[in-house]
Design a protein around this ligand. Structure first.
Ligand code: GTP
Ligand code: ZN
Length: 186
C-alpha cells in the first residue's frame, strides 16, 4: 500500500528544498493534501485490470468494437507532471465482449500510475489481449504533456500520438484504416 507518512515527509522536504516556509498557513495542510491526492492520482498502482475485464458476455459477431475519445489524465514518470488527452480503444472479439465502461476503466487503471505514454498504450493493449483473447486490438492515445508545455522545450499544444495494434488490427490494413478514419486520424 501507499506509504502516506513517507509522502507527507517528502512533500515537506520538497517545499523546504524550494525555500518555502512550511509553517505558513497556506502550506500547513499541503503535505496531507498531496498524500491524499496521490492515493487517487496513482491509485492505479494498486488496481488490477482483471477485475474489470473478466466479466464478459458471449457474442456471435466478430465485428470490431471501438470506444473512442476516452478522456484520461496521467502523470509523466520523468517529471511527475501531468499528461492528458484521449484514448481510443478498438478490438475484434472472438467469442466474447466486455461491458463498454470496462474499456474506460482499464484506461484509468494504467493512466493512474507514473507513466510514459508508450507504456500506457502497451499496457492497455496487453490487458485486453490477455483477458478478452480478441482477434485483434488497437489502442491509440493522443496527449499533451505539460512537461513539454509549461517547462523545458515549452511547446504548448504539441500532441503526442502513440498506437499499438495487434492481431488482425495489425495485419488487415483496410480494417485498420477504417478505425483510424472513424477516430479521425488520417
Ligand atoms: N518517450 C517519452 N518521453 C517522454 C514522455 N513524457 C515525457 N517524456 C520526455 O522525457 C524526456 C526526459 O528527458 P531528460 O533529458 O532526461 O530530462 P529533461 O532535461 O528534463 O528534458 P527536457 O524535457 O527536454 O527539458 C523529455 O524529452 C520528455 O519530453 C513519454 O510519455 N514518452
Ligand atoms: Zn515529463
Amino acid at each position: 500500500m501507499m506509504d502516506e507518512k513517507k509522502i507527507k515527509t517528502a512533500v515537506k522536504m520538497l517545499l523546504e528544498g524550494m525555500g518555502e516556509d512550511i509553517q505558513r498557513p497556506g502550506l500547513l495542510e499541503t503535505p496531507e493534501r498531496v498524500a491524499k491526492s496521490y492515493k487517487e492520482i496513482f491509485g492505479g498502482l494498486y488496481e488490477d485490470a482483471a477485475v474489470h475485464l473478466t466479466k464478459t458476455f458471449p457474442v456471435e459477431s466478430n465485428e470490431f468494437v471501438l470506444e473512442k475519445d476516452i478522456p484520461f489524465y496521467s502523470t509523466c514518470e520523468h517529471h511527475l507532471i501531468p499528461f492528458f488527452g484521449v484514448a481510443h480503444v478498438a478490438y475484434v472479439p472472438t467469442d466474447k465482449v466486455v461491458g463498454l465502461s470496462k474499456l474506460a476503466r482499464t484506461v484509468d487503471i494504467f493512466a493512474r500510475r507514473p507513466q510514459i505514454q508508450e507504456q500506457l498504450t502497451n499496457q492497455i493493449a496487453d490487458a485486453i489481449t490477455e483477458h478478452l483473447e480478441p482477434a485483434g486490438v488497437m489502442v491509440i492515445i493522443e496527449a499533451e504533456h505539460l512537461c513539454m508545455s509549461m517547462r523545458g522545450v515549452k511547446k504548448p499544444g504539441a500532441k503526442t500520438l502513440t498506437m499499438v495494434s495487434r492481431g488482425v488490427l495489425q495485419t488487415d490494413s483496410e480494417l485498420k484504416n477504417t478505425i483510424l478514419s472513424m477516430v479521425g486520424i488520417k
